[in-house]
Ligand binder design. Structure first.
Ligand code: FES
Length: 232
């Protein structure tokens, strides 16, 4: 749901996975966390709040939540015990391949990938949002990239080095919702200057995005993600 460098300590990253908004953040120890982007008190987006060391403070009533999502401070009632229902919905979250991964269903290992992580440096590419479903984008990537396909899963595709692309590359699709996805990618053992490599892939992915979106209808307005519940 994010590049590792998009989630520095102190920042609240707004992610999206399968139609769900996420607040992704890093604690001072380096651990990454992904919560539903909704304060359990009155539903305000947590990404509008503040990162205070190992806690997140909601912008509305300034309640604070620890790294497990439990509310640990209610400024309006500092002397009273905190109700246990005040807990952010936390999802399994891990960091690997220079990316932050989230599982919405239950704590899981990383999904099966079509390549092993080779030894040596890697470079995470800039994300490219595309207004098209993931399976269509994966087919377009398979046809557009030089190099032999090393392996493919439902949401990833790996290529071996080729002329003009001297590094192996793994593309991963983040399904933001039914009609939109984000192309992420990792180059293994990059041989070029990082800035040049990022520019080269960015240009290619932008061309791919433009061809996929050409002629596509504007997407329908998004459905509200949650019904707002009255909270006593
Ligand atoms: S809405 Fe977040 S603390 Fe009240």
């Amino acid at each position: 749901v994010a590049g590792a460098d998009e989630v520095p300590v102190g920042h609240l990253f707004h992610g999206r996975l399968l139609g769900r908004e996420l607040a992704v953040w890093r604690d001072p120890g380096g651990g990454v966390h992904a919560w539903d982007n909704r304060c359990p008190h009155r539903g305000v987006r947590l990404t509008a709040g503040t990162h205070c060391g190992g806690r997140i403070r909601c912008r509305y009533h300034a309640m604070e939540f620890d790294r497990d999502g439990a509310c640990v401070h209610v400024p309006a009632h500092p002397g009273l015990p905190v109700p246990s229902r005040l807990r952010a919905t936390a999802h399994a979250c891990a960091e690997a391949f220079g990316l932050v991964w989230v599982s919405l269903v239950e704590p899981q290992d990383l999904p099966g990938l079509p390549v092993e992580r080779p030894a040596g440096p890697l470079l995470a590419l800039r994300p490219m949002p595309v207004r098209a479903p993931a399976d269509r984008v994966l087919d377009a990537l398979a046809g557009a990239h030089a190099g032999r396909v090393l392996g493919r899963t439902d949401l990833s595709l790996a290529f071996e080095p080729a002329a003009g692309c001297p590094e192996a590359v793994l593309f991963l699709l983040q399904p933001a919702d039914r009609d939109r996805c984000i192309i992420r990618g990792v180059c293994f053992a990059p041989q070029q200057d990082s800035a040049l490599l990022l520019r080269r892939y960015n240009l290619r992915l932008r061309t791919l995005r433009d061809s996929l979106e050409a002629g596509a209808h504007a997407p329908a307005p998004e459905e509200p993600l949650w019904a707002v519940e009255a909270v006593p």
